[in-house]
Ligand binder design. Structure first.
Ligand SMILES: [Zn+2]
Length: 309
């Protein structure tokens, strides 16, 4: 991850996602007067129109990404990504307004985790209807965090939003990184937006907290079975690229191989600590976060195979 982060992020950037601060790299000490000027990092945010589309945009703020779709009848926005940073939401709305004055009709949560779902109030104030999976509504109602609005409408298995000639499918593919992830698919553009459960070019986050295993494998298989060419990830992939079908196959294989290796280690009584030190999957060493999170990924599967969690 550090190698990856350094390739596109400033060293001082706080990378906060999925229920916690994943990496808070210490601020660099003040350079001596004679030091060379620091290399400029990427801008704090960016809005990119997805190549080959008329109306699909990616809004990145820090290390989070959302997709928004612009139609003549209004905008469908996704994840406000405003956890502890209301300026991200203001920027998101400003960026949409640079593209269109059409009303923001919907705000769809990919899942209920705060780093993606927090900060939606300005969207709601602008008239957006908030939509999420039914389980997300249950979690958010129970948690009652004032900064994470409870959805107005829910999806069970599937719902299609049709607005201004664009269709956006909201598809539940089962339990994975949470119990309420929605995959968003634009059938005409053959684009999907997936968040957190099938990282692009990276291993899973930390010890896969809140993840359902082995269900997550089925969930990735269901995404592979859908019709799409490009995957916008909820966190930028190395180099900021979009995910491919090959990336989806890679994270599925990684997850299956991880599970099989840990199952063996569990049978040999190695869970948790010995397995966390010993299990290696060198064929995946090229994935971002491999060095940093492999042990955590092993920990999650140890809990499954050695304890039944
Ligand atoms: Zn998450």
């Amino acid at each position: 991850m550090r190698r990856f982060l350094r390739s596109i992020w400033p060293a001082t950037l706080a990378i906060a996602f999925c229920g916690g601060v994943a990496a808070q790299q210490s601020p660099a000490p003040s350079p001596p007067a004679a030091a060379a000027p620091a290399q400029p990092g990427p801008p704090p945010f960016a809005t990119t129109k997805v190549e080959g589309t008329d109306n699909v945009y990616i809004f990145r703020y820090g290390f989070h990404q959302s997709m928004f779709v612009v139609t003549p009848e209004g905008v469908i926005a996704t994840d406000p990504i405003g956890y502890q940073r209301p300026q991200a939401v203001r920027t998101y709305l400003d960026e949409i307004r640079k593209v269109t004055n059409a009303p923001i009709r919907y705000l769809v949560y990919s899942h209920h985790h705060y780093d993606h779902a927090a900060g939606g109030k300005p969207f709601k104030d602008a008239g957006a209807i908030i939509i999420a999976h039914r389980n997300a509504k249950e979690h958010l109602t129970r948690l009652a965090d004032p900064d994470v609005l409870v959805p107005d409408e829910v999806v069970d298995d599937k719902r299609t939003l049709t607005l201004g000639g664009t269709e956006l499918e909201l598809i539940y593919v089962g339990k994975n990184h949470s119990d309420n992830s929605l995959v968003m698919r634009l059938p005409k553009e053959r684009i999907i937006f997936t968040v957190d459960f099938m990282p692009v070019g990276a291993v899973h986050f930390r010890n896969m907290l809140d993840s359902w295993v082995p269900d997550i494998e089925e969930s990735i298989k269901r995404v592979i079975a859908l019709d799409w060419d490009r995957n916008i990830p909820g966190h930028p992939a190395p180099g900021g690229r979009l995910g491919t079908r090959q990336d989806a196959e890679t994270i599925l294989r990684y997850t299956q191989d991880l599970s099989a290796e840990v199952k063996q280690a569990a049978a040999q009584g190695k869970c948790w600590d010995t397995a966390m030190r010993e299990v290696k999957l060198p064929q995946y060493a090229g994935l971002a976060d491999y060095e940093r999170y492999l042990a955590g990924n092993v920990e999650r599967y140890c809990s499954h195979w050695a304890r039944g969690y």
